[in-house]
Design a protein around this ligand. Structure first.
Ligand code: SAH
Ligand code: F3S
Length: 497
């Protein structure tokens, strides 16, 4: 018999029974790894905790609750969680009242094995159990360990009202959860479950709230975002309706699947300039044979036709993609086909990954036969090809004046600010911090493969600063960085999707 309590389904404890969280829990900290869906889940968890009166702790040493919101898409990402748990063990020994939780995809995937490997963990919660967080926290004070993972009954997305948004410029809005695809390499359908869709009313209401709160940009989120549907609505209609929300300056969405990237979506993008001129469309491989064994459902030609159609209708579009090298059975010819399509399409940025077998996936049952050295070599060759393309594409922006939405201080330091173009290129330039949250015209002066630099061309092109103050938050990147790729297996290029 297990020594932990499993709470089977969302809503197992009626919300009205909850009066508050245990009084010794006053502060929290959330460390986040992985994709934008995880970042946004952390915003929801923080919002829930703050609605119970908790406040953010600046570092884990003073936090009463420490939650790791984890990613398991590749093995190294999952292993980092256990390294971090090892570091946090001493803290837990020193402050026994601290509540330590593992959330996100590793939680769903590993479930009770987390307690076996790290018995000092109090709470394990999968991504589809988010709204149960307060219940699970209370239960973990009464029982020693608590496990909350999804079951077949968790088909709906619970509406979570309290969201503690980290960005001053971008509001994430979930449109759907889960993924019904069965890409043979991917663990996401196992960790995030089957697709569930929010209603257009709920989505539009949240977008309006974002605008009301002064956020100029909204990003619609889903693992398979363009598969969203609701009654007579498809994603193209949703895109148009959100783009028409009064006061919204910019609209982005991620992540799209080529199979669902319909002409109607292309037309909606073309018709609505509010929709940013940027698309992240994962390709994975240029070889039809590999694509077939990945069960992606399209050929390289299909993908190129989609892009051609998009570029014809939205000429100023920038493109990014995901590519996996070293999938089982990938021959040199298969890899050459990937290089060929990358050279033909000329993406503005790519995220490239070394194949990593994931437990329970179809591909994990086949021989991981491309040896590690060759995988690394292919990754390097791909990145070299992309670097040249990217330097050339970025160079085309020099001397042009672009509209950037100013997001905050540049990560490169030096007192500069960083803003993004509609095409999602980060641009660094000198300006006063008061510009954050506003749109500015910037003349691009220098470009490299990985960055654009500019000078302010005109002071301002919008009406005024948004009415939000700096958000106090205890959500931070995992020790190795949110969206953080494993060593060498990631090519952070001009933009994040
Ligand atoms: N549709 C999802 C895909 C999630 S995974 C989304 O929202 O982006 C993100 C990317 O990680 C995938 O597109 C794929 O390129 C890569 N990836 C997924 N599983 C992988 C694996 N087992 N090994 C290496 N890369 C993988
Ligand atoms: Fe994964 Fe394929 Fe879905 S990459 S998230 S199974 S579209």
């Amino acid at each position: 018999m297990s020594d932990f309590l499993t709470i089977a389904s969302a809503g197992a404890i009626p919300r009205q029974d909850i009066e508050g969280l245990p009084p010794e829990l006053q502060t929290y900290r959330i460390e986040t790894w992985g994709c934008q869906m995880n970042e946004h889940d952390s915003e929801k968890m923080a919002g829930m905790l703050q609605s119970f009166g908790l406040s953010p702790a600046p570092n884990p040493r003073t936090a009463d609750i420490v939650l790791l919101n984890t990613c398991s898409v590749r093995e190294k990402a999952a292993e980092k969680v256990f390294n971090r748990l090892g570091q946090l063990r001493a803290l837990k020994d020193y402050r026994p009242h601290m509540l330590l939780g593992v959330c996100g995809c590793v939680a769903q995937q590993e479930q009770e094995h987390i307690f076996e490997r790290a018995p000092w963990v109090d709470l394990v919660m999968g991504p589809r159990r988010l709204s149960s967080l307060p219940d699970l926290i209370r239960a973990s004070r009464e029982r020693k360990r608590v496990l909350g993972v999804f079951d077949a009954r968790d088909s709906l997305i619970p509406e979570i009202d309290a969201v503690q948004r980290i960005s001053r410029t971008r509001g994430y809005v979930t449109v759907m959860e889960g993924c019904n695809k069965t890409c043979t390499f991917c663990i996401v359908p196992f960790t995030r479950g089957r697709e569930a869709y929010r209603t257009p009313e709920a989505i539009l209401k949240e977008v309006e709230e974002c605008v009301h709160d002064g956020l100029p940009e909204v990003q619609l989120l889903g693992q398979n975002v363009n598969a969203w549907r609701s009654g007579a609505w498809d994603f193209a209609r949703l895109l148009g309706a959100v783009a028409d929300v009064s006061g919204l300056s910019r609209l982005r969405f991620t992540t799209s699947h080529p199979l669902h990237f319909t002409d109607r979506i292309v037309d909606a993008m073309a018709a609505h300039p509010t929709v940013c001129r940027f698309l992240h469309l994962p390709l994975q491989s240029g070889s039809d044979d590999v694509l077939k064994r990945m069960k992606r459902g399209y050929t390289a030609r299909d993908y190129r036709d989609r892009i051609a159609r998009l570029r014809a209708s939205v000429p100023e579009i920038a493109l990014s993609t995901d590519i996996i090298v070293g999938f089982p059975g990938e021959s040199e010819d298969d890899f050459q086909a990937t290089l060929a399509i990358v050279e033909a399409i000329r993406f503005d940025s790519i995220y490239s990954f070394i194949y990593s077998p994931r437990p329970g996936t179809v591909a994990a049952a086949s021989d991981d036969d491309v040896f590690e050295g060759l995988k690394k070599e292919r990754l390097h060759r791909l990145q070299q090809v992309q670097d040249i393309i990217q330097a050339e594409r970025n160079a085309q922006w020099v001397d042009r004046v672009v509209e950037v939405l100013v997001e905050g201080p540049s990560s490169r330091g030096g007192g500069q600010l960083c803003g993004r173009t509609s095409q999602n290129h980060p641009v660094n330039f000198d300006a006063e911090p008061a510009l954050v949250g506003r749109t500015a015209s910037v003349r691009i002066t220098r470009a490299s493969a990985h960055s654009l630099k500019g000078i302010l061309s005109e002071p301002l092109t919008d009406g005024g600063a948004p009415n939000i103050d700096r958000v106090e938050t205890a959500i931070c990147e995992g020790t190795s960085g949110a969206s953080s790729p494993e060593q060498g297996a990631y090519h952070r290029t001009g933009a994040t999707p």
